[in-house]
Design a protein around this ligand. Structure first.
Ligand SMILES: Nc1ncnc2c1ncn2[C@@H]1O[C@H](COP(=O)(O)OP(=O)(O)O)[C@@H](O)[C@H]1O
Ligand SMILES: [Mg+2]
Length: 272
């Protein structure tokens, strides 16, 4: 067994309503991320996937209150670190891609400028050198004409292009050990989804990245993910290799998710 890059242990917590009542949403969540592969976290909307991811980065909503848990990364418990140490890890060692890339990009700066600024923040160097690295990063995620694209603003990018630019930022410009992708293809059309998944798989294979892919769609994990963590109602109900999940799902909920993803596939139009 290889040593996991990150381990979540016994993570529990609740949301506080404005009236002060606590609603528990995470129950003893635990799983491990093995280095150099993609692990999927799957589960229907509201199962606690995003909250788990945000907890890893220490950016949970202010009304979320953790009651227990440890998140071990490179030998340290992220949940016990002082704020400035977490800030140093966020971006540099662990980065995140959110569902809506265009909303995550700043509308008033060009895409190239934003990538270059993040590059300088993490690696220093001149503005011109950072812009060259930004353009290289856009090229690596198969954005055509990266020099021209770098001078454009986020609104000039399609959803799929913006998502590629965010992946370039999180996985290449930041050069992290771990990238967390929270529903990076939700809302994009099926062929673009597939191209983005392929891109993520390539980056992981070629650069020794470790990735955690959050999705509510088991269909997208089959080809790219080594391991799967299944969450339901704030709990991990099953965690295993992708092969085991697809061939021998043990939990009834996993079986239902699989059946649902098979149904969706067969609902696609059959060529005449
Ligand atoms: N800011 C918030 N305030 C109150 N409840 C929240 C907030 N964000 C998420 N929740 C609740 O926490 C649970 C887990 O949410 P989330 O982690 O976003 O689920 P997922 O990403 O799997 O769709 C859900 O029941 C959701 O309604
Ligand atoms: Mg979510």
């Amino acid at each position: 067994m290889t040593v996991p890059l990150l381990e979540v242990e016994g993570l529990s917590g609740a949301f506080r309503s404005p009236g002060g009542e606590m609603t528990p949403v995470l129950f003893d969540v635990g799983f491990a991320l093995q280095p150099g592969v993609i692990t999927a976290i799957v589960g229907e909307t509201g199962s606690g996937k995003s909250l788990t991811a945000l907890s890893i980065l220490g950016i949970q909503p202010p009304n979320f209150q953790r009651s227990s848990g440890r998140i071990l990364f490179e030998g340290r418990d992220l949940l016990a670190l002082p704020a400035e140490e977490i800030r140093a890890i966020r971006g540099r060692r662990i980065s995140m891609v959110f569902q809506d890339a265009r909303a995550a990009l700043n509308p008033v700066f060009t895409v190239g400028r934003q990538l270059a600024d993040v590059h300088r923040l993490h690696h220093g160097g001149s503005a011109a050198a950072a812009m060259c690295r930004a353009i290289e990063a856009l090229r690596s995620v198969a954005i055509p004409e990266p020099e021209r694209r770098a001078r454009q603003y986020p609104h000039e990018f399609s959803g799929g292009m913006a998502q590629r630019a965010m992946i370039a930022m999180a996985a290449l410009v930041c050069a992290p050990r771990l990238v967390i992708l929270d529903e990076p293809t939700t809302g994009l059309d099926v062929t673009i989804q597939a191209a983005i998944m392929e891109l993520i798989a390539e980056l992981v294979a070629e650069r020794g990245l470790t990735a955690c892919l959050i999705t509510h769609d088991l269909g997208v994990v089959a080809e790219t993910c080594a391991n799967v963590v299944v969450m339901q109602s704030g709990r991990v109900v099953e965690a295993a290799s992708t092969e085991a999940i697809f061939t021998r799902p043990r939990h009834a909920y996993t079986q239902r998710l699989l059946a649902a993803s098979l149904l969706e596939d067969s609902a696609e139009p059959v060529p005449a």
